[in-house]
Design a binder for this molecule. Structure first.
Ligand code: 0EO
Length: 329
């Protein structure tokens, strides 16, 4: 069995990617953010304070004949961008791209931080990280993909995120026609809950790859490519108008500049992110100053290959073989 779901950028900056998910009987369809950087499936619900839930599509367990309260279980989660949510837990049928998991832990939010209240484009997250990262207590729950894996044709999923166009999450199969290049595989380290891996080197503007390895995570839930300062500096030294903007908390530059590409080696392949993918967006509507897709990871402590990097590739999250595959798009 397999599943295939379309995913769409949330806005003109490709800040997030939104995928429709069906929960319960009859199906309640919610727009959710698939996040390989976390491991909880949680939603705005009938239990979310009305003032917080306004403008959001919500899940009502009481309207689902297959919903069951997981009594005594609670969850609480804090993300890298300091947003947070918490609540209690139900189990219900969850269908993604035509594939159903019958008894999926659906974490219902009784509290959500302001970032989530304001982001009315999404009604929650589908964590696609490793189960060890799940935040339900007293008994941690499995992710939707972990529950699905044993019934899928192959225990893997692929992410095909695109700039300002529809992409896909495919479960149980690899559609190699989505990529131009060969898939290069490298071991994945799931010990922290993330999809950790090591890139073997990098280069700016199409130069030969160096041999400076970069260890980081492949994270569909992070917008940016976040790398060490020395790499960020090496890149922006090629961008004449680049400067650090304190208010934007990142490097900005003239939108008219032609940005160099950025390449990294992984699994014997080279993934090249084109310059235009590295210009994320004007700092505000109509501004001629643009915000960089590549920013520093120094205050996080982890390098994050977020959506800016993932958009350049077809990425295979292969749980069965504990490996990540990357192919140039
Ligand atoms: C709880 C742990 C087990 C896992 C947890 N994982 C993470 O924090 C990484 C994870 O991928 C989280 C998942 C995101 C949380 C916030 C909502 C959207 C998903 N990523 C993050 O926490 C990183 C934050 C994202 O990069 C935001 C996403 C965003 C975009 C638009 C509007 C709101 C929020 N982008 C964002 O801020 O984009 C700008 C800079 C262009 C404005 C952790 O490491 O602590």
């Amino acid at each position: 069995q397999t599943g295939s779901a379309n995913t769409n950028p949330s806005d003109s900056a490709d800040d997030e990617y939104i995928t429709s998910v069906s929960i319960g009987t009859p199906a309640q369809v919610l727009p959710l953010d698939f996040d390989t950087g976390s491991s909880d499936l949680w939603v705005f619900s009938s239990e979310t304070p009305k003032s917080s839930a306004s403008g959001h599509v919500t899940y009502s367990p009481s309207k689902s004949s297959t919903a069951k309260k997981l009594s005594g279980s609670t969850w609480s989660i804090k993300y890298g961008d300091k947003s947070s949510s918490s609540g209690d837990v139900y189990t219900d049928v969850v269908t993604i791209g035509g594939f159903s998991v019958k008894t999926q832990a659906v974490e219902s939010a009784t509290k959500v931080s302001t970032q989530f209240v304001q982001d009315t484009l999404i009604s929650g997250l589908v964590g696609l990280g490793f189960d060890i990262g799940n935040q339900v207590s007293p008994r941690p729950q499995k992710t939707w993909f972990s529950n699905a894996a044993s019934s899928l044709a192959e225990p893997l999923f692929t992410a095909d995120l695109r700039h300002q166009e529809t992409g896909s999450y495919n479960f149980g199969f690899i559609d190699t026609s989505l990529a131009k290049g060969t898939i290069g595989y490298t071991p994945a380290d799931g010990s922290e809950g993330y999809w950790g891996f090591t890139a073997t080197g990098y280069s700016v503007g199409g130069a030969k790859l160096n041999r400076n390895s970069i260890t980081g995570i492949a994270d569909t839930g992070t917008t940016l490519l976040l790398l060490p300062d020395n790499i960020v500096d090496a890149y922006y030294n090629n961008v004449e108008s680049a400067e650090y903007d304190d208010s934007q908390e990142g490097v900005v530059f003239d939108c008219s500049e032609d940005l160099p590409s950025f390449s990294f080696g992984v699994g014997g392949q080279t993934i090249t992110i084109s310059g235009d993918l590295l210009n994320l967006t004007p700092i505000e509507e109509g501004s001629s100053t643009c915000f960089g897709g590549l920013q520093s990871s120094s205050d996080i402590g982890t390098n994050i290959f977020g959506d800016v990097a993932l958009k350049a590739a077809l990425v295979v999250f292969d749980l069965g073989n504990e490996r990540l595959g990357w192919a140039q798009k």
